[in-house]
Design a protein. Structure first.
Length: 249
């Protein structure tokens, strides 16, 4: 496990540097996407939906940056094995590190997006205390995404078009998850989101960071359950499939 973490960190740092090499704007690109999306959705929905939600700008912004984190990790995981097939064939190393590096790169990017959130908390004169607990949520979220990414990368070796399929599925998930709107208990969309892990992670974060209260215990327990299922299934599937990666790609 130590070797996997070490290799994941080295690969993650290298990929992060390569991604920004030669870019005039550098890390500013990590801020443009959430800022522009935030401005667009706030302009469209603040009067229609925002009036019913306390601290709607922060509610919206946190939902956007957490979904961006999810999308960045999972989208990359559907391509990484085929993209790096030359390395896989020529160098022996823990292949799980490729997936771990994807999560780490996304964490680096997410850090800069979180700075926008800090700025808005200061603008709205809200306490920053909740941000002290946010890294714990982010850690569990990262473990969950690692498991999902291990599953997706394993499947992608056998299904070349998975990246296109997943891109479409992610768009549907964006609409189904309460990012720019709220849902009430008993509604059909609420019942649907009870099996949507993103709903739990985003809602937990909003409780802690935006509203400064403790989330319901059942929601915490379900979040942990989703994470355990994800990482256990992901490690099992990846370990079983990785033996054939060099042949398949």
């Amino acid at each position: 496990m130590g070797r996997i973490l070490g290799t994941s960190y080295s690969l993650g740092v290298a990929h992060f540097k390569l991604r920004n090499e030669g870019s005039y704007l550098g890390i500013l690109w990590y801020l443009l996407n959430p800022i522009l999306m935030f401005i667009l959705l706030l302009t469209i929905f603040s009067e229609r939906l925002g009036n019913e939600i306390d601290n709607y700008p922060l509610y919206l912004l946190l939902g956007i940056i957490m979904f961006n984190f999810f999308q960045a990790v999972t989208a990359e995981s559907t391509k990484v094995i085929r993209r790096d097939r030359g390395v896989i064939r020529s160098i022996k190393f823990p292949l799980e590190s490729l997936i771990g590096s994807i999560v780490l790169v996304a964490v680096f990017s997410h850090f800069f997006e979180t700075l926008i959130l800090v700025l808005f908390l200061l603008i709205f004169k809200l306490p920053l205390l909740g941000l002290l607990a946010y890294p714990l949520v982010l850690l569990v979220f990262s473990i969950f995404l690692l498991g999902i990414s291990l599953i997706l990368s394993s499947i992608a070796v056998y299904f070349v078009d998975l990246d296109n399929i997943w891109s479409f599925a992610t768009k549907l998930l964006w609409l189904a998850t309460p990012i720019f709107y709220s849902i009430e208990s008993g509604e059909a969309l609420y019942l649907l989101n009870l099996v949507n892990p993103l709903y739990y992670f985003i809602t937990l974060s909003r409780h802690i960071v935006v509203y400064h209260d403790l989330p319901p215990l059942w929601m915490v327990l379900v979040t942990i359950l989703f994470t355990e299922i994800s990482i256990t299934a992901g490690m099992w599937m990846f370990k079983k499939s990785s033996k054939k990666f060099a042949e398949m790609v």
